[in-house]
Design a protein around this ligand. Structure first.
Ligand code: GRF
Length: 212
């Protein structure tokens, strides 16, 4: 068996949620925190979209928020470097990408290795990329679902933490399948973050083990 390359910390953590849209996964994580299920606080909600509903909601709730306009930066590297500054100021342990529609630079991914997680609405490694619910329907798969994974420089390819499965029905549309998958997303994302700060996630090679 591969050697342990990472073990998540058992501590009270501070997370940053990155989002570009409605933020339902952010809300599911926050609810789990409020229930006391996750040993962490939301230390920052960051967005690349000024009017992202999830960002506005975070502000309404009095959470720490930050928006940086990508258009004001010459390169992606400059933009991500500025984000690193935002995270640094808030002493963040884990970045949770939740519908963040911008690809992080390899520099960012490497600097925060095993400290960035993402949720993807398909069973990776099948259907990476965008519009994956429609792709699953078009391919004719019988099951799809969602994946929480560590973020590595290669998009949608980091070690898998948890997956949730749903059937794909004959009369599904992109919307009906997305809605069925979203229910599972709201379970496995908070659960993954819970396991992370309970110190129960171990990475060996490209496999993740949930340890006691
Ligand atoms: C989710 O389907 C997630 O899997 C994908 O983007 C969507 C974000 O939804 N990465 P929300 O903003 O969390 O509601």
């Amino acid at each position: 068996m591969d050697e342990v390359t990472f073990r998540s910390p058992k501590k009270h953590g501070r997370i940053a949620v990155f989002l570009s849209g409605r933020g339902s996964n952010f809300m599911a994580i926050r609810e789990a925190i409020q229930r006391g299920d996750i040993n962490a606080d939301v230390g920052l909600v960051f967005s690349n979209k000024e009017d992202a509903p999830g960002l506005l909601k975070a502000r309404e709730w009095g959470l720490e928020t930050s928006f940086l306009n990508p258009k004001l930066f010459a390169t992606r590297e400059d933009y991500d470097q500025a984000i690193v500054g935002e995270i640094g100021k808030r002493d963040i342990d884990l970045v949770c990408l939740a519908g963040y529609m911008k690809v992080l630079t390899p520099q960012f991914c490497d600097a925060f290795k095993h400290r960035i997680v993402n949720i993807h609405p398909a069973l990776l490694p099948s259907f990476p990329g965008l519009h994956v619910q429609q792709k699953a329907i078009d391919w004719g798969v019988r099951y799809s679902g969602c994946t929480v994974h560590f973020v590595a420089a290669e998009v949608d390819m980091g070690p898998i933490i948890l997956q949730g499965i749903v059937p794909v029905l004959q009369d599904d549309t992109e919307e009906t399948l997305a809605a069925r998958i979203l229910v599972e997303e709201h379970k496995i994302y908070p659960e993954s973050v819970r396991l992370y700060f309970d110190g129960r996630i171990e990475v060996r090679g490209r496999r993740v083990f949930i340890v006691p």
